[in-house]
Design a binder for this molecule. Structure first.
Ligand SMILES: O=S(=O)(CCO)c1ccc(-c2ccc(C3CCCC3)c([C@@H]3C[C@@H]3c3ccccn3)c2)cc1
Length: 240
């Protein structure tokens, strides 16, 4: 059918973000500093400011047993689960269904004192990609969220400060088949999750407050979200 106005941007951004996510923290040159560790989860950030505002890029790598990349992306992308795991979310609206794997969201996040409340408009796209580093392995699944304009919801028209973000959740599934030729079970799968995000707070907020929020919220978010997926899938058939 005819192309949606956002389709070219979605295509370009998804490819760009997946390539960036594939780069290890070492390969990105220096600048990535480890700021949180919990079991298999490693969280890195780079300290960056734009117009005096903290926009620290974040990259997290986590390996979770018993779930697949498709399942992780399914529970991250679909709006019906978001209130279960996104604790800083106050309001979420699907403004437009662009396609069955692309949605336009408006979200307001809980106010983080002393900063004013924030909202964000972003498109979200879920995609399966061949893993060029492991041709005969399972595909890569990804969800990319990227801020965009929406004429019905202009920035800073109400009480909220509009933020701008680009988020990439990239998942690589690993299968270690049982020796005895038994069918693949959850004990034989694990998922390597790479979560990259850049959030521009949109308006002034004290750097110390934002960095403290990031330090607290991001590890909590990834731990809570992955635990949610494990719990939701534990008695369901595997989704590859
Ligand atoms: O991965 S997603 O696309 C999942 C869909 O919800 C996403 C993640 C995070 C945000 C987000 C939006 C605003 C803010 C702040 C910035 C200034 C005041 C509010 C934060 C701060 C960093 C803290 C935070 C970190 C992690 C999770 C939630 N909160 C995060 C939005 C979307």
């Amino acid at each position: 059918g005819s192309q949606h106005r956002l389709w070219p941007e979605i295509e370009k951004t998804v490819k760009q973000q997946v390539e960036m996510a594939k780069l290890g923290v070492g390969e990105c040159g220096t600048g990535w500093q480890l700021f949180a560790e919990d079991g298999e989860m490693r969280m890195y950030r780079r300290e960056e400011e734009v117009d005096g505002m903290v926009v620290d890029p974040l990259k997290a790598v986590h390996v979770v047993k018993g779930i697949t990349g498709h399942e992780v992306c399914h529970y991250f992308f679909n709006p019906q689960y978001r209130y279960d795991w996104e604790t800083t979310l106050e309001q979420m609206t699907v403004l437009e269904t662009i396609s069955e794997d692309s949605l336009l969201f408006l979200q307001t996040h809980k106010r983080i004192w002393p900063a004013s409340q924030r909202d964000v408009v972003f498109w979200s796209h879920m995609r399966k990609l061949p893993d060029d580093q492991d041709q005969d392995g399972p595909d890569i699944w990804t969800v990319v969220n990227n801020s965009t304009e929406d004429s019905e919801h202009p920035a800073n028209a109400g009480k909220c400060v509009r933020i701008y973000l680009t988020v990439c959740l990239m998942c690589q599934t690993r299968v270690d088949p049982p020796k005895d030729g038994a069918p693949i079970s959850r004990d034989n799968v694990s998922c390597k999750i790479t979560y990259c995000s850049v959030v521009n707070p949109g308006g002034w907020a004290p750097a110390s407050v934002l960095r403290a929020v990031y330090k607290r919220e991001y590890p909590k978010f990834l731990k809570r979200f992955t635990a949610y997926v494990k719990n939701q899938t534990k008695n369901k058939p595997l989704m590859f």
